[in-house]
Design a protein around this ligand. Sequence first.
Ligand SMILES: Nc1ncnc2c1ncn2[C@@H]1O[C@H](COP(=O)(O)OP(=O)(O)OP(=O)(O)O)[C@@H](O)[C@H]1O
Ligand SMILES: [Mg+2]
Length: 572
Amino acid sequence: MAYVKPHAGLWALGFFFLLITMGTSLLFPKLLGGLMSSSADNLRNNMLQMMGLLAVQGVAGFFRVVLFVMVTERALAAIRSDLYTHLLHLPMSFFTSKRVGELNSRVASDTAQIGETLTTTLAEFLRGLSMVIGGIAILAFTSIKLTLFIVGVIPPLIIVTFIFGRFIRKYAKKVQDEIAESNTIVEETFAGIQTVKAFANEAWERSRYRERIQKVVGLAITGGYYRGAFSSFITFGLFGAIALVIWFGAGMVHEGELAADKLNEFILYALFIGGSIGGLASVYAQLQKAVGATETIFSLMDEQPELVHAEDIEAAQVEGISFKEVKFSYPSRPDVPVIQGLSFDLPKGQTLALVGKSGSGKSTVASLLMRFYQGQAGQISSGVREVESFDLQAWRKSLALVPQDVLLFGGNIRENITYGKTLATEDEIIQAAKEANAWEFIEGFPEGLDTKVGDRGVQLSGGQRQRIAIARALLKDPQLLILDEATSALDSESERLVQEALDRLMEGRTSVVIAHRLSTIRKAHQILVMEQGQGIERGTHDELMKHNGAYAELIRLQDVLGSDKSLVENID
Ligand SMILES: Nc1ncnc2c1ncn2[C@@H]1O[C@H](COP(=O)(O)OP(=O)(O)OP(=O)(O)O)[C@@H](O)[C@H]1O
Ligand SMILES: [Mg+2]
């Protein structure tokens, strides 16, 4: 209702037309009854009245539908956009615990349920209701005795409707949930199609999907039993009552208590009312489905978003970074400490290299710096201020992250490079591409910057994607650069190109680099060796080599294992 409110005027107008169609529907049985029992001279007149009524109903019906669609589509757009915006602002912890396919389904199919309700179901519900109430009132004028007959049937019908409605709603909600669940399979397999094919797992995925779909079918059919039972109950109760009414009324006609033409009219009304109650039942079921969808959407809306004050805020001023006894565990696994009392100081303009075994918490440090998550203990500060005191958007605007696995957006190269600075000029874009050593291959494409990169960048090579991500970071010109270097084995020529680009990016800039390349590590002002979320050694390359501890061991292992790593070293 809150979403319909801004269009209250239109909605009221639509409602006005709905009232007209309600009125004409109510008159319809009366005129029909008149037509059936009219004398020869009246026939033409009655027919004209009938046509007039239908014309009014037709016109009013047209405007009712159009106006309701206008209101609904606008309300729906607002719901979708609010839901999407809300989801965008939810913290990382939300997204790591939900699957994207499910969210897609919520935004698309649950909102569609609500739309259906607002356009047609609600109108049908009101019209059916008015038909029942108004019809009964009109009947009462014709014959109280007969009307009481019908009214006696209604309260039990309503009670049964509510009981059935609860079951139907329960199953409708389960069906929606299962659909969302099956959508995640579609989403994930298409996103990871290469892996699916590489493992020749199409059959396995197909049966996994079928299983899910089968569950949907099972639930929907169980729901269908309730609906079917419901509708046959309604038919039986209702039309049984009508048959009784006719039987009773015919008796009254024989006794001379009721005129024969009144009985015609009465029967027509009774049929219309019966039809409306039957219709109301299915409309009620539809309403229940929409309520189920609304509940899920609003439970998503109730999730706590990240604190964002203004979207177009200036970037924050970053004065180096210091970690003091930071402790952190992921919200999804609160018992597993990932960062355990980590401390370091990174002065402005310098580079800190994080090295360590896989799983030691390096990428987690990057996430904490980006404020994707909040540490549970200790302090992360920049200069004299704790990073939490900066506006979140302002803070992130002053940072750039080149992640471990670069994902590009599906558009063209230009859009991907300008993602951090949408208003960049052509010259700036080309400049950034050149500095990232990306210009050469971009120029090589017939469409240059307008080359489509394919879904998530699949039409580019790994090294090309990386250099585009670097160009994106260069263009943003961040005050703090966070580089989660991919271990991907580039050939030595590409590696050199990427390395050069990185060097330019890091020059004189406060940088945290999760480094695997010796050349990057060597140039860092400070190296922090991590193990199980702790800093176990700190110093420059030479200092740590001399110390002959964990770092020296790591380097030796790299020399033995990674032949291209030593190649780079030789070039250096
Ligand atoms: N979203 C998450 N939820 C729960 N645990 C996580 C999450 N992300 C990472 N972890 C866990 O945190 C630990 C540190 O992970 P992290 O990604 O920081 O390691 P890393 O040092 O970057 O490793 P690598 O060199 O392989 O990239 C791992 O044990 C990992 O399983
Ligand atoms: Mg990592």
